[in-house]
Design a binder for this molecule. Structure first.
Ligand SMILES: Nc1ncnc2c1ncn2[C@@H]1O[C@H](COP(=O)(O)OP(=O)(O)O)[C@@H](O)[C@H]1O
Ligand SMILES: [Mg+2]
Length: 599
């Protein structure tokens, strides 16, 4: 089985050390550089404190136990405890500071990522599955955090520990030190193999996790389609496939881990055996003290842990690099809708719109809109009709600056919309779609969308104007009624009315309805029809609709066909013309009109 459509295999084989990435990461760490410095100093001190233990053991045995010196022994034991305690304190603060820096940086990064995502055009979201973007702001940021908490910084500690142990061992007895290092080449070899293998399998795991996320996200959102088409079995099989694939790659990684650690353990044991054998011989010959041997055994034990950890940290580092590369790639994604260098503002928007030779394609040269010319006067009511796929939605998407058009220009009150600040530009528009999106939260929040200037009174007034107050009143909590995700606990018609109220509360100069009245029953439609009258009066409006009632009362009807405007005029003009509109009318609208007359 093959799965298409969950994005390209996005995983780049991240380098372990990439100076460009490190530099950029450094930018995020800059505010905390003093903390990091302090943590590193603490770490070095902690590693040194750790070295003291075995050496004190040696002194205890050789200088005090052998000489039956109880008070001296007691003093050493106190020192031993002090060293341990010091190590504990230093480590405590080091870990705390590093975790603190990690959390702060993660917070900053998530803020930056979300702020950035908010500014990307819809074309970007067409290309990037939601699951993947969620992964960026969560798992990838988490992987970077590992870098701070258990990765790079503790590598410093490991290296210090290794060098320290090395030095003390050679100081105590260089021959025995060399003997205990015999297994080192083998350990290095196996850790290199381990690193390569694990790196590969981690990479494979990551792509599978991303796939699994994207699949789950999509299918849970589209669950009603799956269930209504009884496609559970099929989708389940697909899920099983992805899940199995993920498990198998995990198992591979498990295999490497399960092999590597025992191998290091065995090599460590071999080294220990060599120390006891050779060191024991030296004690018998009198060239080594008993205490030194005990210290050696302890040091050897501590020697292999950092080596083992280094391999694992290497992987953490590599994963963090790959994650940061992906995060930076997302942050480098430039919005395809460019904010003008010298943005203009239109002070008092009248609402005149002009399309001039506009050409638009979602991809390459597959023109979805071809040479569109349209002049809408302020306050004019325009209706757009045309077959599905003729480009109606695309046309209004361009007007709202969701996508960038390739040729021609669009003007608002004579100013090219490419020259106007996007945010202030969009404030003059309100858009109501067929597919109403509601956020979880109460009705007031969904109408206000965070705009503080919209008071509760205005919300209630808007609800009244569009005729939604009836059902809102019926709900016990009124405008504080909590909507579930996507407004699932309301009917489609109710959501539609709320969307109208939202548009009205924002009091836009230009109102766009894209098949907003297509999926409601007749009773709601009458309500909506009344609401529409109020909604449309005093503004420029573009209404894409099937309903004849909405179209008939408009000033002008635009007929789209395969991406071009083919006919325009009033209802009776177009009927008289006997072209596309007449045919559409006969096919689609006649029944409605008859139904309307009967009712
Ligand atoms: N996000 C998109 N990416 C690529 N192609 C698209 C996208 N949206 C629409 N299209 C294509 O553009 C054409 C016009 O679609 P649209 O403007 O939605 O038509 P209408 O609203 O009139 O039904 C269709 O052929 C459709 O397949
Ligand atoms: Mg459409």
């Amino acid at each position: 089985m093959k799965l298409e459509g969950y994005g390209p295999e996005e995983e780049s084989l991240g380098k372990v050390y990439d100076s460009r990435l490190i530099k950029r990461l450094g930018e995020y760490l800059k505010p905390y550089r003093l903390h990091i410095l302090l943590a590193i100093i603490l770490l070095i001190l902690a590693s040194l404190a750790q070295l003291a233990g075995p050496y004190l053991t040696k002194i205890a045995i050789d200088n005090h136990i052998k000489n039956k010196d109880i008070p001296g022994l007691f003093g050493i034991v106190l020192l031993f405890i002090a060293a341990l305690f010091l190590h504990f304190i230093l480590q405590y603060f080091q870990i705390y500071i590093m975790q603190w820096v990690g959390q702060k940086t993660m917070y900053d990064l998530r803020m930056k990522i979300y702020a950035h995502i908010q500014h990307l055009g819809l074309a970007f979201f067409d290309k990037n599955p939601v699951g993947r973007l969620v992964t960026r702001a969560t798992s990838d940021v988490q992987a970077l955090n590992e870098l701070f908490t258990s990765g790079v910084v503790s590598i410093f500690g490991d290296i210090i520990t290794l060098i320290g142990i090395f030095a003390v061992m050679f100081y105590l007895n260089w021959k025995l030190a060399l003997i205990s290092m015999i297994v080192l080449p083998l350990i290095f070899m196996s850790s290199i193999i381990f690193r390569i293998k694990v790196r590969k399998s981690f990479r494979a795991i990551r792509t599978r996790v991303a796939k699994l996320n994207a699949f789950l996200q999509e299918h849970i959102t589209g669950m009603w389609v799956v269930q209504s088409f009884a496609a559970e079995k099929n989708t389940f099989d697909k899920f099983a496939f992805i899940n199995r694939d993920l498990r198998n790659h995990h198992l591979k990684a498990v295999f490497y881990f399960a092999t590597f650690f025992p191998v290091v353990e065995i090599l460590g044991a071999v080294s220990l055996a060599l120390i006891i054998w050779y060191g024991g011989g030296q004690i018998i010959k009198g060239t080594l003290t008993f205490g030194a041997l005990v210290a050696f055994i302890q040091y050897a034990d501590r020697f292999f842990y950092p080596i083992r950890d280094l391999s694992e940290k290497y992987n953490i580092l590599q994963q963090a690099m790959a994650s940061s590369e992906r995060i930076f790639r997302l942050l480098d994604e430039r919005p395809d809708i460019k904010e003008p260098d010298m943005p203009r503002t239109v002070d008092r928007v009248l609402g005149g719109i002009r399309f001039e030779n506009v050409h638009f394609a979602y991809k390459d040269e597959d023109w979805v809109l071809k040479d569109v010319n349209l002049n809408i006067k302020p306050g004019e009511r325009i209706a757009i009709v045309g077959a599905t796929g003729s480009g109606k939605t695309s046309l209004v998407s361009l007007l709202l600056r969701f996508y960038e058009f390739q040729k021609g220009d669009i003007y608002l009150d004579g100013v090219s919309i490419k020259e106007i600040n996007i945010k202030s530009y969009r404030q003059d528009f309100a858009l109501v779609l067929q597919d109403i999106f509601m956020f979880s939260g109460d009705i007031a929040r969904n109408i206000r969308l965070g705009e503080k200037s919209i008071t509760d009174e205005r919300i209630i007034q808007s609800l009244k104007t569009v005729g939604a107050d009836g059902f809102v009143k019926k709900l016990d909590e009124g405008i504080n009624f909590i909507l579930m995700e996507r407004g699932a606990n309301l009917s489609v018609g109710q959501r539609q009315l709320l969307a109208f109220a939202r548009a009205l509360a924002y009091d836009p100069k230009i109102l766009i309805l894209d098949e907003a009245t297509s999926s409601v029953d007749t009773k709601t439609e009458i309500l909506i029809q009344k609401a529409l009258e109020k909604l449309l009066s005093g503004r420029t409006s573009i209404v894409i609709a099937h309903r004849l009632s909405t179209i008939k009362s408009s000033d002008r009807i635009i007929v789209m066909h395969k991406g071009s405007i083919k006919e325009e005029g009033t209802h009776s003009d177009l009927l008289a013309l006997g072209g596309i509109y007449r045919r559409l009318y006969q096919l689609q609208y006649k029944d409605q009109e008859i139904a309307g007359k009967v009712a």
